[in-house]
Write a protein that binds this ligand. Structure first.
Ligand SMILES: O=C(O)CCC(=O)C(=O)O
Length: 320
């Protein structure tokens, strides 16, 4: 059956044919993408998560200082990232600082995104909003990204404000190298939950092992339905791949490589699961020769960079 989120052009061909570029916006891309998740929508009434008091909220100066301070990443954490393809780091930002970002992201989403959508998203907020800019261009977060990639300098690909609303379903299994039009493994995403995120709120979950993506790289994509997502689950189950799907404490965040296969559960709580997901890449990376519709409206993120070109537009500043 044809997926209703696709245009005539992107729907054409067989279900695995993703060769044309996406021809709608990135919010429509997310609507399409979330429709590819296997499994029923959450049943039963949403539950209240444990109450969370973020404590006093920092003033602008305090938050900027926090975002500028280097994080004392250890060799063991870098080694864990390289072995597992992701790492979860505790205490990167204060609960109060995260609450300030959460309130701002909520305002931006409420001002511009259709409230009936279960998975709301907004990108390129850093261009207009000083608080989000400070977080997206944060030397603390960018410094962690550079250390994990072992890169002399990292650049921004794009920011992504995500709100999975109460009752919204799973995020399908995927690895970002399949999505980003960047011809390099030196790409990672900082996934910054803006509230404590218990299992029932749908935290990001990761297939352990830097090589796990090899098990699924040849699976046929399905642009109309849920078979790709289902086959990834089945493949991991049959190979005994361990999945880290634990909660995120306040201030904890994850960094996953573009080859980390990941998913996220449904939000079964009464609280929106709000996240700032920002992608960084090692300086010098090029656009792939043939971007696909799975890359969404990527030209918005790297204006002027054509296929094959090094990505270094003013929208891709060096962070650290
Ligand atoms: O937040 C989610 O549910 C998905 C986010 C994601 O896949 C990512 O940031 O790479």
């Amino acid at each position: 059956m044809r997926n209703p989120h696709l245009s005539e052009r992107t729907a054409a061909g067989v279900a695995s044919d993703v060769g044309v570029e996406w021809d709608r916006g990135n919010d429509q891309w997310w609507d399409w993408y979330m429709s590819l998740a296997d499994g029923a929508a959450p049943a039963g009434p949403p539950v209240d998560p444990a109450p969370h008091d973020p404590g006093p909220l920092p003033a602008d100066d305090g938050l900027l200082a926090e975002l500028a301070r280097p994080y004392p990443i250890t060799g063991a954490q870098v080694a864990a990232y390289r072995a597992e393809s992701f790492v979860k780091l505790p205490g990167v930002l204060s609960p109060g600082g995260l609450e300030r970002l959460r309130v701002r992201l909520r305002e931006l989403l409420d001002a511009s995104v259709d409230p009936s959508v279960g998975f709301r998203s907004l990108e390129m907020m850093w261009l207009d909003d000083p608080l989000l800019r400070a977080a997206v261009l944060s030397p603390r977060i960018g410094g962690i990204a550079a250390a994990l990639l072992g890169a002399g300098a990292v650049r921004l690909y794009h920011d992504n404000g995500l709100s999975k609303e109460p009752g919204a379903g799973r995020t399908p299994w995927h690895f970002d190298a399949h999505h980003f039009p960047l011809a390099s493994a030196d790409v990672l995403t900082a996934w910054v939950p803006l509230q404590p995120t218990p299992r029932e709120m749908g935290p990001l979950a990761f297939a352990r092992g830097a090589g796990s993506w090899r098990l699924v790289e040849d699976l046929e994509f399905d642009k109309h339905g849920t078979s790709y997502d289902r086959r990834v689950s089945e493949t991991f189950r049959s190979h005994g791949v361990d999945v880290e799907d634990g909660p995120f404490a306040a201030g904890e965040m994850s960094f996953h490589s573009a080859h980390c296969v990941h998913t996220a559960g449904a939000n079964r709580t009464t609280v929106s699961r709000m996240v700032l997901a920002t992608t960084y890449f090692a300086d010098g990376v090029r656009v792939v020769d043939s971007p696909t519709m799975i890359s969404g409206d990527w030209r918005k993120f790297v204006p002027g960079a054509e296929p094959g070109a090094v990505v270094a537009s003013p929208h891709n500043p060096v962070i650290a």
